[in-house]
Write a protein that binds this ligand. Structure first.
Ligand code: HEM
Length: 508
């Protein structure tokens, strides 16, 4: 895709910025893979783990799907279905509590649930799973029901058929899911009488095929195989094709590949009418947090970062940022070198460490300035990168189109905060007549992401002391608690800053 694309940029970042510099939050819940967040609140939860909760949540959210009418599927309706017997235990509520903070206008809660499953599998030994975004959060419960362990094999086969999976795929999905976690005595006291959790296999915090090996060689303690007959659903399911599928899973590659494909289909099972995005692949050169600040002294300050996917350290490498002015004319001095230190490195690891990709980040600043100074009259229309390694020069400019940047609306450095709130000064390019200037702030309401908009109604004041190229619009508001941006509707088009993240302001 072409940058900037706020939705795909955000999903790509949550998906790929996993460890190290600028890492997003999901993987931190999996370090180590048997990590459990709620040990203090739930002292009797020995043996539980976030990874298992996340994988199970994704399945139970999806399993309401009905292929015959397209209803149900991954839509975060699980949070409205917690009173059902199949959703017993605290795992689902814990998952909602832990993950809802990662959702926002670009990543629905259902997208985050799907991604949490992907990250758990990828980070804890499993293969890379295709991930798309675009799920829509439900506001009412679905009617489809999730299988219970005391239902017979005939009912299970027809339940998975309703969800869109064949009998063989059912065997696969159950084995792929039950490589994590186990059965809790608290939720299913008839199955596990001993208290605590009895795990499905010995490597319960790791994605691997021990679930199949232990089942086939008779060493399993899986309570859904060797527990009370009535609830031996895994035994009935695994053996329902004379162990053919389970036998094929003794080959680790077959297990991995089958699960990668089934789990991707599981999270792509969405209610009819929902359009998912393309499979999100990493952007090789990805600008991030690129922003202009109006300085009021005839200049704009350009700040930001860029991530180069799959790059090794090279102390002799020189990376520079080049830009064209707002009329898209290049100029000889429109260039600055980017800074980098060795701690600006991040990692993406999957497939039990077999895939290890390092990315390096470079900042739009120099030892003396926090950002690059640009004349506010010539301004900037797009930028690109030049990477010099020895005699080799590479230009990264999105196949010639460059990385576009709007300069119609931006924050002014004169914004400040006092006990009565935030005085936000917005600089709008002179000569334009916005029909509306506003703030869009991400918030969570009733557990779901919403956008709060605040109109900047303060009369524009072309402050002569602050220069003639921008007029300042002012609003008094509260400081946004999550990500936010400033936007202006001009001539029927919406111009917006990038995500401004949470930041402090100087005192008024
Ligand atoms: C007929 C189908 C299935 C039945 C009857 C079933 C049944 C169960 C039961 C009874 C538990 C114990 C829950 C608890 O103690 O709170 C469990 C746990 C789990 N299930 Fe399934 N399951 C099925 C399919 C699946 C599928 C398809 C997946 C994912 C792809 C999955 C993933 C999990 C995970 C990860 C856990 C562990 C949760 C934890 O440790 O907290 N299950 N399942």
């Amino acid at each position: 895709y072409t940058w900037p694309n706020p939705k795909l940029d955000e999903l790509e970042s949550q998906r790929y910025d996993r460890l190290g510099f600028n890492a997003r939050a999901l993987a931190s819940g999996l370090i180590p893979c048997d990590r459990f967040e709620f040990t203090n609140e739930e002292p009797d939860a020995v043996g539980r783990l976030n990874a298992a909760d996340w994988v199970r949540t994704a399945y139970h959210d999806m399993a309401t799907h009905d292929v015959s009418d397209g209803s149900g599927g991954m839509d975060a309706s699980i949070r409205l279905e917690l009173d059902r017997p199949e959703n017993t235990g605290r795992g689902f509520q814990d998952t909602v509590d832990l993950l809802s903070g990662e959702s926002n206008r670009y990543a629905s809660l259902a997208d985050v649930f799907a991604l949490a499953m992907v990250v758990a599998v990828e980070h804890c030994g499993g293969p890379k799973i295709n991930y798309r975004g675009g799920r829509v959060d439900a506001t009412v419960a679905n009617t489809g029901r999730v299988p219970l362990p005391d239902e017979g094999i005939v009912k299970h086969i027809s339940s998975f058929q309703r969800q869109g999976f064949t009998q063989q795929e059912m065997i696969g999905l159950v084995a792929c899911g039950h490589t994590f976690g186990g059965v809790q005595s608290k939720s299913f006291p008839d199955i596990v009488k001993s208290g605590g959790v009895v795990h499905f296999d010995k490597t319960f915090s790791n994605f691997d095929n021990s679930i199949a090996h232990e089942y086939l060689n008779g060493t399993t303690s899986n309570p859904l195989v060797v527990g009370p007959d009535l609830t031996n659903s895994d035994k009935r399911i695994f053996s329902s094709d004379n162990n053919q599928t389970m036998s094929s899973f003794t080959n680790p590659d077959v297990f991995s590949q089958t699960c990668a494909s089934l789990l991707a289909r599981m999270i792509d099972t969405v209610p009819k009418g929902v359009q998912l995005t393309e499979v999100i692949e990493p952007l090789i050169t990805k600008p991030q947090s690129v922003a202009l600040t109006y300085m009021g002294d005839g200049t704009l300050l350009l700040t930001g970062e860029v991530r180069f996917w799959d790059m090794q350290e090279d102390p002799t490498r020189k990376v520079s940022l080049k830009w064209a002015n707002r009329k898209n004319q290049t100029c000889s001095n429109c260039s600055s070198s980017l800074s980098h230190t060795t701690n600006q490195a991040s990692q993406f690891i999957t497939d039990n460490g077999k895939t290890q990709i390092q990315s390096l980040w470079y900042s739009f600043d120099s030892p003396s300035t926090q950002g690059f100074t640009i004349s506010d009259s010539a301004s900037i229309g797009k930028f690109w990168f030049e990477i010099q390694e020895g005699n080799n020069k590479i230009v990264e400019d999105q196949n010639g189109i460059g990385y576009g940047l709007q300069d119609m609306v931006m924050i002014s450095v004169t914004s400040c905060e006092s006990s009565s709130g935030l005085k936000l000064d917005v600089a709008v390019r002179t000569g334009s007549t916005p029909s509306r200037v506003y703030i869009e702030a991400d918030e969570i309401s009733n557990g779901l992401p919403i956008v709060r908009t605040v109109d900047v109604t303060g009369k524009p004041s072309p402050l002569s002391s602050l220069g003639k190229n921008y007029a300042i619009w002012t609003v008094k508001t509260t400081r946004p608690a999550r990500n936010w941006n400033i936007a202006a509707d001009i001539g029927g088009k919406k111009y917006t800053t990038s995500n401004l993240a949470i930041r402090g302001f100087p005192a008024c």
